[in-house]
Design a protein around this ligand. Structure first.
Ligand SMILES: [Zn+2]
Length: 232
């Protein structure tokens, strides 16, 4: 039952006036800044559901509004304790914004919350559908290094570079495809939340997203490797 449960609501009361705060940043009754309930996640931090398709303009607005409210200048005459809280919250706010505004980091974060982010165990192994191309790529990389090492002739080097640039572009467009797939499954996740899907269904979606993230990081490493070799 408890597999991907990621919401933890801590009933909280204001330390100043004892009014219930519902985990809000500021007490709704007296306006004093509140300590963050321990299990607050970044979505809750912004008052958002744990959905993966975010309106970035809305997120930015929430970010600016909160950073203005939490700004240390507003706590110049507050107690030492409240000043510290405002500093802590401000730094959490920046982390939260950084994680949520990026669609990939957002998925990673959500999976992490549920303990569902698992790096591929065979990280160095190519996804089966890429095996052949990765093999060719590595061969060209080796040839380029060899040619470089032995002061290879310019024509040969240029040919290898062109070949590698082609491979780089192919893998880059593959990366675009992977991101599109991630966006598709992200929308599926949102629909699942809306329709009150059960934990098993949610877990399956998370497993799929985890796989996509692993494939993504594999391809991204390939692209970076080629880029490095071509500029190095
Ligand atoms: Zn209060």
């Amino acid at each position: 039952m408890s597999a991907p449960s990621i919401t933890a609501v801590t009933p909280a009361t204001c330390r100043n006036c004892s009014a219930p705060t519902g985990g809000a940043h500021f007490c709704p009754a007296c306006g004093k800044i509140q300590p963050l309930p321990r299990a607050t996640d970044y979505f809750t931090f912004f008052g958002l559901p744990q959905k993966l398709t975010l309106d970035l303009a809305d997120l930015e607005q929430r970010f600016h509004s909160l950073s203005w409210k939490l700004h240390p200048d507003n706590f110049m005459r507050a107690s030492e304790d409240e000043r510290q809280l405002s500093l802590d919250r401000s730094s959490q706010l920046n982390d939260a914004y950084r994680r949520l505004r990026d669609p990939v980091a957002r998925v990673e974060y959500l999976l992490g919350l549920a303990g569902m982010r698992k790096e591929g165990q065979k990280k160095q192994q190519a996804p089966p559908e890429l095996l052949e191309e990765v093999f060719e790529l590595n061969e060209s990389l080796d040839e380029l290094r060899d040619a470089r090492g032995s002061g290879g002739n310019a024509t040969e080097m240029a040919g290898l570079r062109t070949k590698l640039e082609g491979a780089q572009h192919r893998f880059e467009s593959l990366l675009v495809g992977v991101d599109q797939e991630l966006a598709r499954v992200s929308s599926e996740w949102d629909r699942a939340l809306d329709s009150g899907a059960d934990d098993t269904a949610k877990k399956k979606l998370m497993e799929r997203m985890n796989e996509i993230l692993n494939r993504r990081s594999y391809v991204r490493n390939l692209v970076n490797g080629v880029r490095q070799e071509l500029t190095g």
